[in-house]
Design a protein around this ligand. Sequence first.
Ligand SMILES: N[C@@H](CCC(=O)N[C@@H](CS)C(=O)NCC(=O)O)C(=O)O
Length: 210
Amino acid sequence: MDLYYRPGSAPCRSVLMTAKALGVEFDKKTIINTRAREQFTPEYLKINPQHTIPTLHDHGFALWESRAIMVYLVEKYGKDDKLFPKDVQKQALINQRLYFDMGTLYKSFSEYYYPQIFLKKPANEENYKKIEVAFEFLNTFLEGQTYSAGGDYSLADIAFLATVSTFDVAGFDFKRYANVARWYENAKKLTPGWEENWAGCQEFRKYFDN
Ligand SMILES: N[C@@H](CCC(=O)N[C@@H](CS)C(=O)NCC(=O)O)C(=O)O
């Protein structure tokens, strides 16, 4: 089973942490330098016509979208269902958080920071407000909770950890969201592969400087 990824990429880091938590090893980990447009080679487009990373290639079966890959890894290779329980309501809540992470929280990151990092455009205040709104929501989800989706640690915590650490390295002051700050400190300790994730965040940080 092969993984195409880049260490700095947040969606790739969430897949790497999931694999670590499951004890899954990839036969081959191939770095795709998206800034050098390596995702547009005919070989890569054959595997993933949408040309995104991460992409998993499991003996002929290709899958992209990080959160879909995370679920697949648990369902196919997990020794148990702890990270993504079979219980319908527990699973539904985790899905809600994963969709929120992709469609609201990480989206607010990409809308605000990407134009500044990649296009060297000035900061947009409206988009900054969307980040604050998303963090307010996450803070509310975490009120009185140790984990981000119900009573147990799950894929939602791993996905949020990849996202929130990206905000952290970007310098967004999320410590004012007390529940998020508390959850983050705990999730860092609990999540296998945190160190690799943080090293990847430092790689990502370099985009800000050049
Ligand atoms: N929602 C996707 C986002 C994937 C994505 O946009 N990855 C970026 C790198 S962080 C990428 O592949 N960019 C290059 C491209 O789209 O051509 C996921 O979670 O996997």
